[in-house]
Ligand binder design. Sequence first.
Ligand SMILES: C[S@@+](CC[C@H](N)C(=O)[O-])C[C@H]1O[C@@H](n2cnc3c(N)ncnc32)[C@H](O)[C@@H]1O
Length: 269
Amino acid sequence: MRHKPYTTFAFFKAAIVITGILLILLAILEWGLGVPAFLPGIALLLLAFAVLSFRIVQLIFKFQLSRIHDTNQVEALLWLYSRFTPSVNLPAMREVAGSPDFLKVLVEYFYSHQPKVIVEAGSGVSSIILSEVLKKEGSTAKHYALDHLEQYANLTREKVLNPHSEVLFAPLKDYQIGGKSWKWYDVSVLEKVDKIDMLVIDGPTEDIQSLARYPALPLLKAKLSDKAIIILDDTNRKDEQRIIQLWQKEFGLNAKSMFTEKGTVVMWW
Ligand SMILES: C[S@@+](CC[C@H](N)C(=O)[O-])C[C@H]1O[C@@H](n2cnc3c(N)ncnc32)[C@H](O)[C@@H]1O
């Protein structure tokens, strides 16, 4: 059997044949039946060709970028595994869960900043990875991961084996912030927690409200230490970009973008 490389040649062949047939039809209309259709028809064909070419170029760039990101995920995983061997089976990464390049940013900041108190908004594979790193390094840092969905809080809790790490079920609660109503995790579960020096914001999910992660800083600012770093994921999304603008305006934060597949921004004062 002959193996053909995967190409879109069949599509281009079909486009050339269809264009040929259309040209013949336009010529018959114009010179056979006397309908003045040739020039408008050519104009329409050229327009369709331009739109299609633009779309193809867009797809080529998208494909190239996703290839770069795929490679980065492998490299990030290799880097993580060079630091520690997980003692549990890790859940699937990417999609809704954290991607390896984001997890690598978290672990790098753990090493460079040596936080004593870590809080995560949105538990999952990131919580497991952080708990494993803390355990491997013998760190006594306290680590709390909030989740508004009990099912996911329980799933993550089963795999968080470090006694200094805790997954807290924190259902969404209504808050009034700046005269508007917002939903966010019930922060009363963090009542005894303060001087947070690493705040990771990867939840709640965007479907709960517009600018879903905005309340994180207004609600937790008072609990942050002076040297706190704030790491926000999914910053390729318009909502998260707007949230950063709002936080910078309201809290005067510095921000640095990390090149990850979903976009990650690190902020500090
Ligand atoms: C962006 S995810 C949190 C990701 C987490 N930081 C991680 O690295 O996996 C936000 C929320 O989605 C929910 N979630 C987690 N895994 C999920 C899944 N497989 N399908 C749907 N929702 C999920 C959880 O409630 C979680 O808090």
